[in-house]
Design a binder for this molecule. Structure first.
Ligand code: KPL
Length: 297
């Protein structure tokens, strides 16, 4: 049995694709477990189908736990349920940005805590409909020492979905690559209230992107000892913005729905890291503050 904590788009995607009967959602502390969760699933190819997934019952011993909560909810959500699970149960974190993964690993260093970086695209155009909008890749790697031995088992369990899942010994580096893209796109789309591609021609983006990429390059060099020029980072950001030109970013979507954004785990995380490392990050700070002004922080 695989347990999923967090029934948003990504949790529902894994729930729909894992073998039926071997997957259950994990109720948060105080939530009822006697009803099933039902929704419609539109696969990337093929017809829509109904999905019904039970909640994990007391006494169920999951082999793996997927955590698909928002970054800002993760520590609390896990703290509410983790004592129910054996110390050797692998826990795989799917949060955007950085900061929440380290917080979980620091809190439970003796548990096998893993992190994933995924490019699978899923959304919920209606609350009861989950659409697998784009296929991609998922990389899985260890965040704590005991997790090293759990990577191949975790990859094998997830590969049952038919999705492309790969082991990644250096998952932090992989998470940074995604962080760079999100840091260069998401906040701009939220502030400017536009799809990803439209940021490229705006004054706000044009007048700050080179300084932002300078900050990102310095931070990445200091944190990972990986040197990438600001220019190559800018090219990567712009390639993704063009390839996803019509998309509403996750951050713009959060602002539009009045939800808390993940800015604290993207540009906010980078600002904080800059403070710790003595690297100036005025553009990350400006983007963080402007998004915080928009959303319910
Ligand atoms: O990951 C994304 C997000 O919206 O969070 C991008 C790559 C910007 C695509 O929309």
């Amino acid at each position: 049995m695989i347990g999923i904590l967090g029934a948003g788009s990504l949790g529902r995607l894994w729930g729909a694709l894992l073998p039926a009967g071997r997957v259950a959602f994990i109720a948060r502390l105080g939530e009822p477990t006697d009803t099933d969760l039902s929704y419609r699933f539109q696969p990337f190819e093929g017809p829509e189908s109904p999905v019904t997934i039970p909640f994990l019952k007391t006494g169920n011993k999951p082999q793996l736990i997927l955590v698909t909560t928002k970054a800002g909810d993760t520590l609390n959500a896990l703290a509410g349920v983790i004592d129910r699970f054996a110390m050797d149960t692998p826990i795989l974190l799917f949060q955007n940005g950085l900061g929440s993964q380290q917080a979980v690993a620091d809190r439970w260093p003796g548990r096998p805590i893993l992190a994933a970086s995924t490019t699978e695209g899923a959304n919920r155009p209606e609350p009861e409909l989950l659409v697998h909008a784009g296929t991609g890749d998922t990389w899985v790697g260890p965040m704590t020492e005991p997790a090293r031995a759990a990577v191949s088992k975790t990859v094998a369990l997830l590969a049952a979905t038919g999705l492309a899942v790969h082991p990644e010994p250096d998952i932090l580096q992989r998470l940074w690559q995604k962080l760079i893209i999100n840091a260069g796109i998401n906040a701009y789309t939220a502030i400017l209230d536009c799809p990803n591609g439209e940021i490229l021609s705006t004054h706000l983006y044009q007048s700050t992107i080179d300084d932002l990429c300078q900050e990102l390059s310095q931070l990445m060099g200091a944190a990972l000892q990986i040197r990438e020029t600001p220019n190559s980072l800018r090219q990567r950001i712009e390639r993704v913005a063009r390839n996803t030109a019509g998309n509403t970013s996750s951050m713009r979507a959060d602002v539009l729905r009045g939800r808390r954004t993940e800015i604290g785990f993207i540009n906010g995380y980078l600002t904080q890291l800059g403070n710790e490392l003595g690297i100036k990050t005025p553009v990350n700070q400006m983007l963080t503050e402007r998004v915080q002004q928009l959303s319910s922080h």
